[in-house]
Structure formats: C-alpha cells, structure tokens
Write a protein that binds this ligand. Structure first.
Ligand SMILES: O=C(O)CCC(=O)C(=O)O
Ligand SMILES: [Fe+2]
Length: 176
C-alpha cells in the first residue's frame, strides 16, 4: 500500500509534468478476476471525460470522483510464476489476464464506436506478482484479457489532481 501511495510523490520528484496538485486517496481498490472467466474488462479510460450532455446529469454527477483521476497505479498480487498468454504452447496452458495497454490516443476522447480489439498497436503486460504499473488515467486506454487458471488479483490506487494541458500532438483534434 505504501508503495502505491508513494507513486505520485516519486513521479513529482522525477519531474513528471502530466498532472500536478496530486492527492492520494485513503482507499485503494482490491480487485479479483476469477479463474476461468470468459470475459475480462473491456477497453476503457479510468477517467470519464464525457460531457454532461453526453452522459446526462445523474451519470455525470456520479462520475465526479472518477473525473478527478489523473494517475493509475497498480500492483499485481499474483504468484511470480504467472504464465502469460505468450506461453500458450506450454503443456499446462497459461494464466492469461494480461493488461492490454493501447498506444497513442487515437480514440481520445472515447469514440462511441471504440470497441475492444479494433486498434492493433498495444502492449500486453503479464500479471506476475509484484509488477507495478503506472499510467496517466486520462490518456491511456486499456483492457483486461480473460483470466484462465488462477484468480487474478490487483491492488489499484487512483491519484486525484489537476491535469496539465495536453501537448498539441495529443489533443483530440490532432488525433483524428
Ligand atoms: O487490473 C487491471 O490490470 C486493470 C483494472 C482496470 O482497468 C480498472 O479497474 O479500471
Ligand atoms: Fe482501468
């Protein structure tokens, strides 16, 4: 927990400029994706950037906390011998459950037709225990692939803060 709580502080110390005025919440999320599930978590952004007109007032109000997220920090709590899908040919099978991180901001803000698997430029992160993943909640789209043989555990901290202005190349109008 201290590792995750210290992420914002360490990023600031190293000159991270994606966001500022960071606030680390008291609550972390512990998630479990059960073994053998046919579904993971569809492609998404951790910060809901849709306007009140798109969402409707109630849903927009419900998303207030979510909108303040600027950093996602996660540590995986699985065994160190977790087998990624790239070892699919191993005799005992594999564990799957990769975090698929999409490159670029082609779908930013989320297009209505941005279905999973449409964009092929991504990196899959294996679920070995102790792996720490940090990304910008407002920019990095990701999904969780189905988990096969073991339950998959992750501890997540969403850091709140003020987003910096996106560089020109990353602005929605430049992404089309
Ligand atoms: O567990 C993970 O790797 C990601 C989960 C996730 O994307 C989320 O909870 O928003
Ligand atoms: Fe997420």
């Amino acid at each position: 927990m201290h590792l995750l709580e210290g992420v914002a502080c360490e990023l600031e110390r190293h000159g991270y400029r994606g966001s500022f005025a960071h606030q680390v919440p008291q609550l972390l999320q512990l998630s479990c994706y059960p073994a053998g599930s046919s579904h993971g978590y569809d492609r998404h952004l951790d910060c809901n950037l849709q306007s009140v007109f798109d969402l409707g007032v109630l849903a927009w109000l419900r998303a207030t906390g979510n909108r303040a997220r600027v950093l996602t920090a996660m540590v995986y709590l699985n065994d160190e011998d977790w087998l990624p899908s790239s070892t699919a040919n191993s005799p005992g099978g594999h564990d799957g459950g990769e975090l698929r991180v999409f490159h670029g901001v082609q779908w930013f803000p989320l297009a209505a037709d941005a279905g999973a698997g449409e964009w092929r430029d991504y990196t899959d992160i294996a679920q070995r225990g102790g792996t720490l993943v940090i990304f910008n909640s407002r920019v990095v789209e990701h999904q969780v692939l189905p988990t096969r043989r073991q339950d998959r555990y992750a501890l997540t901290c969403w850091v709140f803060g003020q987003p910096a202005t996106l560089p020109r190349a990353l602005r929605p109008s430049a992404a089309a």
